[in-house]
Write a protein that binds this ligand. Structure first.
Ligand code: ARG
Length: 583
C-alpha cells in the first residue's frame, strides 16, 4: 500500500504542476496529506483537498475536480472528485496480485524498511539488578527492548543488545555480610536468586532494626547500625580486590544470571553483551577528569555536580561527598565506551518512565562534554505495570516475579490444552509458546507509555484480541496450506471485497513496521497483527478456500493464505512471539 501511496503522491504532484502551476506543492506535502478512508466504498486512498486550498488558492471542490481530470493511471479502477475529496479506487485483482507476489518473492524480508543499512544501533535493555528480584517491572524493558532490537535488525541495522546488569554497588557489601552470617551454600545452589533475595531482605531488615534501636536509645543522636558499617567495609574490600569477596561477588552474579537466562530462553532472547555496571568502574575517572578540566563540575555541599539550571533540570550528581561515583557517572562512562567500541549511530535505552529525568540529565551532560554523537542517544520510557489478584504474589513480598508470571500462564494453558487434546504429547511445548506469548502480546498491545493493569484471564483468553487468538489464527493458515499441499498462485480471476480487504491489510505491513521503528513503539506491530488476524478470519469464514470449485479462484485464495501466513509469522517474531503451527 505504501508503494501505491507513494506512487499516488508522485502522480498528484505531476497533476498539480500541469493544472495549477509549478512549485506550489511538493510530493512530500501531498504524500503526508493522503489518507486511507475508513469506509473503502468511497475509495482506497483519498486526498482531502481542504488543506491545499491555501497553497493552490482555489476551493477544495475545484481542486479535486481539476486533479481528477489530470490523473491517468491503470493502477486505479477509478479516480473521482467528491465534495472536496479526491478518491482513488484500486483495481482489486491487479492490486492483490501485486501484493501477494511481493510477499512470495521477498519472503521473510517482506516489510523491511531497509532504513538501517550500514548503520549500527546499540540497545540497552532488561538489565536487572543482581540479588534483587527480576519482577514484572522489568517486563517492559525486556520485551519492548528486545522487540526494538528485532525491528531494527529487520530494517537492516547492525544491532548490539546489551544487558547492563546491575552487578555492582553497596548492596554487594550487604550481601557478603549476610552470607557470611547466615548463608547456606547448598540452599543458594538449590534456590538461586530467591535465596539471595532472602538474604538481602533479611540484612536490610536487620539494619533497620539496629537503626531503630539506636534511635530509641538516643533520640537526639544519629541512627547507627553495626551491620551497615560492616557492609560498607566489605564493599570497600571488594572494591580493592579482596579475593574472598571477589569470589563471592562473582558467584552471586553467576547464580543470578543463570536464573535470568531461563526467562530469556522462554522469550527467545539473548544478548550480545553482558557488560554490567562493574565493567565501567575503571572507566569513570577519565570522564570525571574531563568534566573537571572543562570546568563543568561544581562543588555543592561537598558533592561534585553539573549544574543544569539553564535547561530547567536539577543538578546532575557526578561524585558524592565521599568521592564515590553515582548512577549518571557510570552511564556517561558506559556511553563513551560503547561509542568507541561500536561507533553507534543510535544508542537506545529502555527503562521505566521513572528514570526519564536521569536520562535527560546525563544526555545533556554528554552534549556539554562536546561528544558529537550525543544526538544518537535515545531514551525509550514506558509506564507502570500492576497485577490483579493476589494469587501471583510471591514469598518475596508484594512484587511479582517474571518467572512466576510466565509459569502461571504456562500452567494454565497446559491445563486447557491437555483437556482438549488428552493424547497430544506436545502439550507442554505448545503451552510454553502460547502461555509466554499471551503475556507478551497482552503487554505489547498497549501504547508503551500507558500504565497497565495486568489481567491474567484476559491475556489468556482464546477469544479476545489476545496472543492465543492470533497464534491460533496463524496455526489456521498453516493448516490450510498443509491441506492444500501448495502455496497457490495469484490468477486473473476477479476477487471480491473480502479478499481485497485482506490484500490491502497485507500491503500495509511495511508502513506499520516503519512507524513502529520511528516511534519506538512495538505496539504498532501488535495492533497490526490484530488487524491482519481479523482480516484473515473474515476471509476464512466468508470465502471457500480448499472447497472452492473454481480452480483459479481456489489458487488465488491459497496464495492469499500463504501471504497472510508469511506476514503473520514475520510480524509475530518482531514482537518476541513464537509461532507454533499447531495449537
Ligand atoms: N539496572 C537498572 C534498573 O533496574 C536499569 C539500567 C538501565 N540502563 C542504564 N544504562 N541505566 O533500574
Amino acid at each position: 500500500m505504501l508503494i501505491l501511496k507513494k506512487k499516488t503522491a508522485e502522480l498528484l504532484a505531476a497533476a498539480v504542476k500541469e493544472k495549477f502551476g509549478e512549485g506550489l506543492l511538493s510530493e512530500e506535502e501531498i504524500f503526508s496529506g493522503l489518507e486511507y478512508p475508513p469506509d473503502s466504498s468511497m475509495g482506497d486512498i483519498a486526498l482531502p483537498c481542504f488543506r491545499l486550498s491555501k497553497a493552490l488558492r482555489r476551493s477544495p471542490v475545484d481542486i479535486a475536480a481539476g486533479l481528477a481530470e489530470a490523473i491517468r493511471c491503470d493502477e486505479f479502477a477509478s479516480v473521482t472528485a467528491l465534495k472536496g475529496y479526491l478518491n482513488f479506487k484500486i483495481d482489486p485483482t491487479a492490486f492483490s496480485a501485486r501484493v501477494v507476489n511481493d510477499v512470495a518473492t521477498l519472503g521473510d524480508k517482506y516489510g523491511s524498511p531497509k532504513s538501517g543499512e550500514g548503520k549500527t544501533v546499540v540497545l540497552d535493555y532488561s538489565s536487572p539488578n543482581v540479588a534483587k528480584p527480576f519482577h514484572i517491572g522489568h517486563l517492559g524493558t525486556t520485551v519492548i527492548g528486545h522487540s526494538l532490537k528485532l525491528l531494527h535488525e529487520f530494517a537492516g541495522y547492525k544491532c548490539v543488545g546489551i544487558n547492563y546488569l546491575g552487578d555492582w554497588g553497596t548492596q554487594f557489601g550487604k550481601l557478603i555480610v549476610a552470607y557470611k552470617l547466615w548463608g547456606d551454600k547448598e540452599a543458594i545452589l538449590r534456590g538461586g536468586v530467591d535465596e539471595l533475595v532472602k538474604l538481602y531482605v533479611k540484612i536490610n531488615n536487620a539494619i533497620k532494626d539496629e537503626e531503630d534501636a539506636s534511635l530509641a536509645a538516643n533520640p537526639d543522636g544519629e541512627k547507627h547500625s553495626e551491620l551497615a558499617d560492616a557492609s560498607r567495609r566489605e564493599f570497600t574490600k571488594l572494591e580493592h580486590g579482596d579475593e574472598e569477596n571477589l569470589a563471592l561477588w562473582r558467584w552471586f552474579v553467576d547464580v543470578s544470571l543463570a536464573e535470568y537466562q531461563k526467562t530469556y530462553k522462554l522469550l527467545g532472547i539473548d544478548f550480545d553483551s553482558y557488560k554490567g555496571e562493574s565493567f565501567y568502574t575503571d572507566k569513570m575517572p577519565a570522564q570525571v577528569e574531563k568534566l573537571r578540566e572543562m570546568g563543568l563540575l561544581e562543588i555543592d555541599d561537598g558533592a561534585s555536580i553539573v549544574n543544569l539550571e539553564k535547561w530547567n533540570m536539577p543538578v546532575c550528581l557526578i561524585l558524592k561527598r565521599d568521592g564515590s561515583t553515582l548512577y549518571p557517572t557510570r552511564d556517561i562512562a558506559a556511553a563513551v565506551y560503547r561509542y568507541n567500541t561500536y561507533n553507534f549511530d543510535k544508542a537506545i535505552y529502555v527503562t521505566s518512565a521513572a528514570q526519564s529525568l536521569h536520562f535527560a540529565q546525563w544526555f545533556k551532560v554528554v552534549e556539554l562534554m562536546g561528544y558529537e554523537w550525543y544526538p544518537g542517544l535515545v531514551h525509550v520510557p514506558y509506564g507502570t505495570v500492576s497485577i490483579n489478584g493476589a494469587k501471583l504474589a510471591t514469598r518475596t513480598g508484594n512484587v511479582v516475579l517474571l518467572k512466576d508470571l510466565f509459569a502461571e500462564a504456562i500452567s494454565r494453558v497446559y491445563d486447557i490444552t491437555k483437556e482438549k487434546h488428552p493424547d497430544h504429547d506436545e502439550c507442554m511445548a505448545i503451552a510454553e509458546k502460547v502461555g509466554v506469548g499471551a503475556i507478551v502480546f497482552y503487554y505489547l498491545s498497549n501504547n508503551r507509555m500507558r500504565d497497565i493493569n495486568f489481567m491474567m484471564e484476559d491475556a489468556l483468553s482464546f477469544d479476545g484480541n489476545t496472543g492465543p487468538y492470533v497464534q491460533y489464527t496463524y496455526a489456521r493458515t498453516c493448516s490450510v496450506l498443509e491441506r492444500a499441499g501448495t502455496k497457490g498462485e495469484m490468477t486473473d480471476a476477479p476477487l471480491g471485497e473480502v479478499e481485497f480487504e485482506l490484500a490491502k491489510c497485507i500491503s500495509r505491513f511495511p508502513e506499520r513496521v516503519a512507524a513502529a521503528i520511528d516511534e519506538y513503539e512495538p505496539s504498532l506491530v501488535t495492533r497490526y497483527i490484530l488487524d491482519l488476524a481479523a482480516a484473515y478470519n473474515r476471509f476464512y469464514h466468508e470465502c471457500k478456500i480448499l472447497s472452492c470449485e473454481d480452480e483459479k479462484i481456489r489458487s488465488s485464495r491459497i496464495a492469499l493464505t500463504a501471504a497472510a501466513n508469511q506476514v503473520l509469522r514475520t510480524a509475530l517474531h518482531l514482537i518476541c512471539m513464537q509461532t507454533p503451527d499447531k495449537i
